[in-house]
Design a protein around this ligand. Structure first.
Ligand code: PMP
Length: 398
């Protein structure tokens, strides 16, 4: 599989920063450059054949991504990524419908992308922001969640998979109970899409956000899933060309979704690359096999790290069965020093707070090292990083 990715032909390194962004298979790069070389034209506007071709390619991409998550094409709104998708919901739904005193519940696990938009509403609109706490082992305290819910709860916005701990949220429980008090649910699936199948039908969430670049696709594109039952409540995020039904000097009305939600020239080549990434996943990855593979990598790494003077974060038993990343912190060594040492050995990992400062504070640390896997990582690569980590720790502690 590694050889499907030109990046690994051009770089001799072990790449373990997949939770930040994945490498791209050749088919994604080829699809994008072939679009520019052969089909480049604006979509939805031109009356010439090439523009029609570009429109078909762009809309085919939407359909493929919709099929990937079990949605209707008009429910798939292209955004710049997960961050923009969450800001979209904050501006175009929450800011429009919520009033002072209404409550939004998120969790202590969240990425800044799913914290800061809500803090802004707390400051500007008097929305009350509540956090589902984590327990000692990093799992969410669902008993506290159930107590927090009331008719004041309007939105629950939570991650599918933590981008620090790698643990999974019990979304069935979250969604069922949120709906029982009339609240809507936004799921941040940024860390899920390259590792497990996500069906919006089964999930029954009211919004879903994810980014192409974390699932072998290009940067600059992601999705906000806005189901048909929510579309009458969601205002356009931006207004301008391409999203109107009619415009006069002082009046404008909106086109139907999805165009209503995509003002301006969209990321056409990126959508085509995104489709190629989804096609690649569909043809090369079985999520059941991948889960078993990643559990082997995660389990082996956790077992090895347990012999080093580091604190491994998160619910270890769960991670050994269904994880795809491992984060750890050291009392004596800054994560940047560990990452810099690994980098000298041509091993890329993430060090710092991974855009989850509140979670790190809650865990009593400021930073951690994160080793995150994708489908192309191998057991041999894990043995290599273990060896280098042991060398480093032995040199520091002996
Ligand atoms: N949520 C989670 C859980 C993430 O891991 C990330 C990316 N690190 C984001 C949101 C933001 O994604 P993007 O930068 O692609 O908008």
């Amino acid at each position: 599989m590694l050889m499907d990715f030109p990046f690994f032909r051009n770089n001799k390194l072990l790449y373990f920063d997949n939770a930040a962004t994945t490498q791209k298979p050749g088919v994604v790069i080829d699809a994008m450059s072939s679009f520019y070389a052969r089909h480049n034209a604006p979509v939805h506007r031109g009356v010439y054949a090439l523009a029609e071709e570009a429109t078909i390619l762009y809309e085919d991409a939407r359909s493929a991504i919709a099929q990937f998550i079990g949605a209707y094409p008009d429910e798939v709104i292209f955004t710049k990524g997960t961050t923009e998708a969450i800001n979209f919901v904050a501006s175009s739904w929450a800011q429009v419908h919520l009033k002072a005193g209404d409550e939004i519940i998120i969790t202590e696990l969240e990425h800044h992308a799913n914290i800061v938009p809500w803090i802004r509403l707390e400051k500007t609109r008097g929305i009350v922001l509540k956090y589902i706490p984590i327990k000692e082992d990093g799992t969410l305290d669902y008993a506290v969640y159930l107590e927090m819910l009331s008719e004041k709860t309007k939105l629950v916005s939570c991650t599918h998979t933590s981008n620090v701990l790698g643990s999974h949220t019990d979304l069935d429980l979250i969604i069922e109970h949120a709906h029982s008090v009339g609240a809507y649910v936004l799921v941040d699936a940024a860390q899920a899409m390259a590792h497990s199948s996500v069906s919006v039908q089964e999930l029954n969430a009211d919004f879903l956000a994810f980014s192409a670049h974390k699932m072998f696709g290009p940067t600059g594109i992601g999705v906000l899933y806005v189901p048909r039952h929510m579309q009458s409540q969601v205002e356009p995020y931006q207004v301008g060309g391409g999203m109107v039904y009619s415009v006069d000097f002082h009046e404008a009305s909106w086109a139907k979704p999805p165009q209503r939600y995509e003002a301006g020239t969209p990321p056409i080549a990126e959508a085509i690359g995104f489709k190629a990434a989804v096609d690649y996943i569909n043809t090369h990855i079985s999520f059941d096999d991948l889960k078993a593979h990643e559990a082997r990598l995660t389990g082996r790494l956790i077992n090895a790290l347990q012999h080093l003077p580091v604190r491994i974060l998160g619910p270890l038993d769960e991670l050994k069965h269904s994880g795809h990343m491992v984060s750890f912190a050291s009392e004596n060594l800054h994560s940047h020093d560990i990452a810099a040492y690994l980098d000298k050995h041509r091993i890329a990992v993430r060090a710092g707070n991974h855009c989850a400062k509140p979670l790190h504070r809650r865990l009593g640390i400021t930073d951690s090292v994160r080793i995150s896997f994708a489908a192309y990582n191998t057991e041999d690569e894990v043995e290599q990083i273990i060896e280098v980590l042991f060398q480093f720790c032995n040199s520091k502690y002996v």
